[in-house]
Design a binder for this molecule. Sequence first.
Ligand SMILES: C[S@@+](CC[C@H](N)C(=O)[O-])C[C@H]1O[C@@H](n2cnc3c(N)ncnc32)[C@H](O)[C@@H]1O
Length: 210
Amino acid sequence: MDQEATEARWQKYYAQVSTQSHRKLTAMAVKALSPALQKTALDCGCGIGSDIAYLLEQGFDVQGFDIREEPLDVCRQRFSDCPWLTLTQADFMEFGYSPVSLIVANSSLFFCPQPAFPDVWQRMIDALPAGGIFSGDLLGVNDSWVSSPDHDVSAFTAADVDALFTGFEIIYRHERDEPGQTALGRSKHWHMHTVIARKGAADQGLIRTR
Ligand SMILES: C[S@@+](CC[C@H](N)C(=O)[O-])C[C@H]1O[C@@H](n2cnc3c(N)ncnc32)[C@H](O)[C@@H]1O
């Protein structure tokens, strides 16, 4: 698929989800966050800001980034002049991850290419303090996008996911591995690991530090 067709598909996707509410997963992650931690959150691949809206309502200072300008423009209009929101156009690889209590990555980390993933992941989890929470999805190896020439994705087995969350307490985990549809109604095989996990303390010797 050429670049123009890819962007046209993303435009249709944003129109399709324009009235979408925040994800229940994000609400679960917010509930699980210790009140002792600052209410700061990062939404990676934030799209048109469904989860940003919820996080702002919950009193978080929010950073959001997305590789595409179009959804960020929607966010700028939607949250115009909100002093508690910082938006950045950036790729997973180039974003400057700074300390934050909650990292949300809903249906977005799929699109971090596999060779770049280890460094991106390390920088993301380094940005979390002890007790900080990751909430989001990783693609599974059986997903039809893994072998599709139209997608450059990262994908993981259940054992890979165990390894990624070494030193985390798993709060919620679900694996979806079944035929389904995209938001635009196209048939595909979904294989997705959905996780909410709390980072352990570095002094427990569980977390790698730089
Ligand atoms: C399926 S949408 C999900 C949007 C939002 N997280 C949600 O759940 O509504 C995936 C988003 O990831 C963004 N994205 C794709 N590749 C990216 C990359 N390499 N770096 C940052 N964002 C990316 C897309 O532009 C898109 O807005």
